[in-house]
Design a protein around this ligand. Structure first.
Ligand code: MRU
Length: 349
């Protein structure tokens, strides 16, 4: 990822080789600050309060949380239990904790710290490799559109901020841009937490042309022929290819279907829940109503928040929805582009 001209990852080890540094997404896009995490409780809080976010990055951060647990003498089961309850929907969290438990099974106490840090580093490195492969496969889809300018619509932030590097839905955009293909991104603001601003900030850092739109504008642009394809991320994909992603994704899937616009999800295998076959089995996180009631931004140049909902009105805040497989044109994985029908076979399931 390109942060003010310097290539970095969203999660890195600090100078002591043991503390974990993450870019604080709660401060973006108004300030670039790094947080240092030194305890399991700090890691859990960073995930729960969305200082870090995005399914693959949640997984990698939780893995390092387990490594920190091994360093600080916290029992493996207790650390995994504390980390697992931070966010319920993104399967990458549970997947990463399972990987860490497997890596540590049968390892002697004196070796656990080193083994855990190595296992967490592998999860991070594998995520980078998977996202880059998704980028290359997705670039092929963008390239095949053969237009002077390709307009991609995306929802939420599934860029490098949501992963260790490259991103999932945005990796094809970065690869296309790098290859000299003229690509422009319609960035949905993604109320209530406005992750679209993170997407806009990322694209700005990379110099990719983009336009921020209200969430409600996406369908209209599709009707007018101004969207060539949609690419979104996923927090949990069922084995049948139903895609759970940030709330509002489903409406874009419907609009894309109605208008004949190809609708892709970028799906690293760490985001596939092979145990789940039906959308209703996916737990949907209900977040604080304050995320609906207040909007964060700059007030006269300073970060602040504004209350927008009348006091006394109830609010609800389901954070994810599921786009059924019938609306998915394709699932861009690190092994290639699958359809919902071929996904399981692609991974030998
Ligand atoms: O609640 P968030 O911001 O963690 O949700 C993020 C998303 O929904 C992303 O689209 C998803 O994690 C895919 S990330 C590559």
């Amino acid at each position: 990822m390109n942060v003010e001209g310097i290539w970095r990852r969203t999660i890195e080890l600090a100078g002591d080789g043991r503390s974990v540094m993450v870019i604080d997404q709660a401060r973006l896009p108004y300030a670039i600050e790094w947080m240092t995490l030194t305890s399991v409780a700090e890691v859990a809080r960073a995930i729960r309060d969305m200082h870090i976010r995005g399914a693959p990055l949640i997984g990698a951060t939780a893995a390092y949380g387990v490594a920190i647990a091994m360093r600080t003498g916290v029992a493996l089961d207790a650390a995994c239990a504390e980390l697992a309850e931070t966010r319920p929907t993104a399967i990458n969290l549970r997947w990463a904790l399972h990987q860490m438990q497997s890596a540590l099974a049968g390892v002697y106490a004196g070796e656990r710290e080193a083994v855990a840090y190595a296992a967490a580093a592998k999860i991070a490195d594998d995520d980078v490799a998977a996202c880059e492969a998704i980028g290359n496969y997705g670039k092929g889809i963008i390239d095949a559109i053969h237009k002077p300018r390709v307009d991609v619509l995306t929802h939420c932030n599934a860029g490098w901020l949501a992963t260790v590097d490259w991103g999932t839905a945005l990796a094809p955009v970065y690869k296309a841009h790098e290859a000299g293909i003229a690509v422009h991104v319609w960035v949905e603001e993604t109320r209530p937490r406005n992750q679209g601003m993170l997407t806009a900030w990322e694209l700005l850092q990379h110099g990719v042309p983009h336009t921020v739109i209200a969430d409600n504008a996406g369908g209209h642009l599709m009707q007018r022929g101004q969207v060539d394809l949609c690419i979104v991320g996923t927090d949990r994909t069922t084995r049948n290819g139903d895609v759970c992603n940030k709330i509002g994704t489903y409406l874009k899937g419907l609009a894309a279907h109605d208008n004949g616009v190809p609708f892709y999800a970028a799906v690293p295998s760490s985001s596939i829940d092979w145990t789940v076959g039906a959308p209703a089995e996916i737990p949907i996180e209900e977040r604080s109503g304050d995320e609906v009631r207040f909007v964060n931004g700059l007030i006269e140049g300073k970060p602040g928040r504004v209350e927008i909902v009348p006091r006394g009105s109830a609010v609800a805040n389901p954070a994810f929805d599921v786009t059924p497989r019938r609306y998915m044109t394709g699932l861009i994985t690190e092994r290639g582009v699958a359809t919902p029908a071929t996904l399981a076979g692609m991974f030998g399931k």
